[in-house]
Design a binder for this molecule. Structure first.
Ligand code: G3P
Ligand code: CA
Length: 344
């Protein structure tokens, strides 16, 4: 009798353990790692090399920031200017605008192909100073600015050769800036995505932008005109960007257009948090209640980039992914986030 009750209790305990393990695996498998500008912690951002590395590291999605050239070609570049990540100032000194910047939209693709890309830098006292000192050394090896088509083909090619389904996560940069210059970058991006087979919400792709006005145009006009219906993400830089989103029905209103939100990570866990007092906002709960996923940015482990309320990069991920319950992270260090989720 005693022995059979013991056996039954053991069986129940094993059952609970198995169920917990299954639920835990399911929950974790839904959390995704988005390689922010590729594996940009290790190789210059938005180069094909950084994208191939992110793929090999096991990222679920790889991000592309997209801008347009003077001849309407889509290139993968974070800034609407070429100054920070290329040698444009040396190669085309006379193409500087009055504000001291070199705009990608002033250059043809053929000209942009002549540029060398590098780790990001600023000019200080006439010297190029690398933004993240510990990252890939500026001026070493040879990198270039890819087109969106080249990058999609790289990722789709590796998906085929490696039997995987890594997603893409393009962001339309400066939509209003492009419109003022007579260019409809959003339609061009949507058409390109469609030409590479991204047509429905089932496709492993999120299209993101900081502009709610543009998100509405994409959702209400461009998608119907092009006959596609893709996953859309509204990026949010701070509470002042779109105050109505933080009102009681804000997430519900946003969810009429967006499938997900990409907030700056301080909107999810307050920067005023202490190790003994982690302040999780209601942002994620409200977005989830409205049926949207939450993919905050940007998780980095360079010196000074892990907030003081976390013990380490992994502790930061733990707090955000499992205490705040976000659905994925934009990170420059996808290998560490992939390992963290695998080992959790
Ligand atoms: O798109 C998510 C994140 O990349 C937003 O910040 O400035 O790096 O494009 P940014
Ligand atoms: Ca981005």
């Amino acid at each position: 009798m005693h022995s059979s009750r013991f056996s039954s209790n053991v069986a129940k305990a094993i059952g609970v353990l198995l169920m917990t393990a299954t639920l835990s695996t399911q929950a974790q498998s839904q959390k995704v790692v988005i390689a922010h500008r590729g594996a940009s912690g290790y190789l210059p951002e938005h180069t094909l090399q950084a994208k191939a590395m992110a793929f090999a590291m096991g990222a679920d999605y790889i991000e592309q920031d997209v801008v347009m050239t003077s001849d309407d070609q889509l290139i993968v570049l974070h800034d609407i200017t070429l100054d920070r990540t290329t040698d444009v100032a040396e190669r085309f000194p006379d193409r500087i605008r009055d504000d001291g910047r070199y705009y990608a939209i002033d250059f043809t693709l053929a000209e942009i192909r002549l540029l060398r890309a590098s780790e990001g830098f600023e000019i200080e006292n006439g010297e190029k100073m690398q933004g993240y000192a510990n990252r890939f050394p500026m001026g070493q090896s040879t990198f270039s600015v890819p087109t969106l088509a080249e990058e999609i083909e790289l990722i789709q090619g590796m998906n085929k050769s490696m039997g995987k389904n890594v997603g893409i996560y393009p962001e339309i940069k400066g939509p209003e800036f492009h419109r003022e210059a007579g260019k409809d970058i959003s339609t061009a991006v949507v058409r390109m995505l469609k030409s590479y087979g991204y047509t429905s919400k089932q496709d492993k792709m999120f299209l993101q932008t900081f502009s709610f006005e543009e998100l509405k145009i994409i959702h209400d006009e461009i998608f119907p005109a092009e006959g596609v219906d893709l996953n859309l993400v509204q990026l949010i830089g701070g509470e002042s960007s779109y105050p109505w989103i933080f009102e009681e029905d804000g997430m519900e209103r946003l969810s009429a257009y967006a499938d997900g939100v990409g907030p700056e990570k301080g909107l999810v866990v307050s920067r005023d948090s202490k190790k003994t007092n982690i302040l999780v906002s209601d942002f994620v709960a409200r977005a989830h209640a409205a049926g949207m996923q939450v993919h905050p940015y940007t998780y980095r482990l360079d010196p000074g980039q892990v907030p003081t309320y976390a013990d380490s990069y992994e502790d930061l991920l733990d707090i955000h992914l499992f205490r705040a319950d976000i659905d994925g992270v934009f990170t420059d260090f996808p290998d560490r986030a992939v390992d963290f989720l695998r080992n959790k």
